[in-house]
Design a protein around this ligand. Structure first.
Ligand code: NAD
Length: 350
């Protein structure tokens, strides 16, 4: 195993590791609130610089997400650079586990894009600093969906004066793990659904199970709906899509929904209430607290419920300060970080 420290400003640490066919990066943005947590992304990048930019951006995002969620963790992330040729997942993820282990508990990992709880079982063979195992808290998606649903209720109250989503129409983009469970919550709450996915089988399931109306992937932006719920990929709020939207609220699970910050300004200018993604989708991190802090399901459910208040606070702050909601979310997270200092092992909030 060959580990290189890469010089970096604004983050606590960035390290690269090569171990046989394994090439990985781990970035720690901040451990002010506690050990850094953030998943492992297994992805093909054009070059190492692109992967470095991604791991740094994602690690910083985790600091903000954890600060807003009110969990005692900092932000970190890892990337495994996918190579050409056959993949021996056990060898790759065990090598990753050995790399994580060298951080001695300053960084905990879990699954992310391109990885699964099964991969984390391989990581677990080499390190205890891993969450999201099938033997532990398991699939985080139902919990993430619950958090997004609570965020939507907060948005509904702020915009329409009531939590109720009965009779509202929600356009769900992406019927994967989170989108499916979100559809279930919404249907139970009496909402009508439009749904799309590039995988027809996944849309069909949401149509059959929850009576959604299927739309094509490009048509979802034009849906005659009250709420748009991006639950597929990032960057979907951009110059090509924002002006098509007829909705009053955007709230979904996808990370990095705004292609650029200015798209958050544009949503505000169009009077579309945007729920900042990392405020809405922290249910997965909160679910991981069952493994990391020994929480039971009731404790994790109570924390997920707090997403409602956090999102409502963001709206109020945005209105009071005349700023878009994505800036208010950043400000709230930064305030929480600024009011925290460390005394030895103790985290002190002032
Ligand atoms: P997933 O892979 O299970 O589902 C994503 C779905 O989106 C897939 O069914 C895919 O076919 C579909 N999709 C891809 N491109 C599309 C397009 N252009 N149009 C329509 N559908 C498209 O992933 P997931 O776990 O459900 O996560 C969804 C999003 O939420 C991701 O962005 C993820 O990073 C984010 N997120 C997930 C969690 C979690 O707990 N799973 C937590 C936080 C954030």
């Amino acid at each position: 195993m060959n580990i290189n420290e890469l010089p970096i400003k604004g983050h606590e640490r960035l390290a690269a590791c090569t171990d046989g066919d394994y090439h990985g990066l781990i970035a720690i943005h901040s451990t002010l609130l506690g050990p850094a947590i953030g998943g492992t992304r297994f992805w093909r990048y054009r070059n190492q610089d692109e992967a470095i930019n991604d791991v740094l951006r994602l690690a910083r995002g985790m600091t903000y997400k954890n600060a807003l969620a009110g969990v005692p963790f900092g932000g970190g992330k890892s990337i495994i650079l996918k190579q050409n040729g056959p993949i021996d997942r056990e060898a790759i993820f065990r090598a990753h586990g050995r790399f994580v282990e060298t951080f001695g508990g300053r960084y905990f990992t879990a699954e992310d894009v391109g990885t699964s709880p099964d991969d984390m079982e391989y990581v677990r063979k080499e390190t205890q600093y891993v969450a999201g195992l099938m033997s532990g808290s398991g699939n985080p998606s139902p919990v993430t969906a619950r958090g997004v649903f609570r965020a939507m209720q907060a948005a509904a109250r702020y915009r329409w004066g009531s939590d109720s989503l009965e009779g509202r129409t929600v356009a769900i983009q992406g019927c994967g793990s989170v989108g499916y469970y979100l559809a279930s919550y919404l249907r139970k709450a009496g909402a009508d659904l439009f749904a799309t996915d590039v995988d027809e089988g996944k849309v069909e399931k949401v149509v059959n199970d929850f009576g959604a109306m299927a739309l094509g992937p490009d048509d979802i932006y034009y849906a005659d709906a009250d709420i748009f719920a991006p639950c597929a990929l990032g960057g979907v709020l951009n110059d090509d899509t924002i002006h098509a939207l007829k909705v009053e609220i955007v709230a979904g699970a996808a990370n990095n929904q705004l292609l650029e910050p200015r798209h958050g300004d544009e949503l505000a200018a169009l009077d579309i209430l945007y729920v900042p993604d990392y405020a809405a989708n922290s249910g997965g991190v909160i679910n991981g607290c069952r493994d990391l802090l020994g929480w039971n399901t009731a404790q994790s459910a109570a924390k997920v419920d707090e997403i409602y208040d956090t999102v409502f606070n963001i709206f109020e702050m945005a209105a009071a300060e005349g700023i878009p909601t994505y800036k208010a979310a950043d400000r709230l997270a930064e305030e929480r970080l600024a009011s925290t200092r460390r005394e030895g092992d103790r985290v002190v909030h002032s």
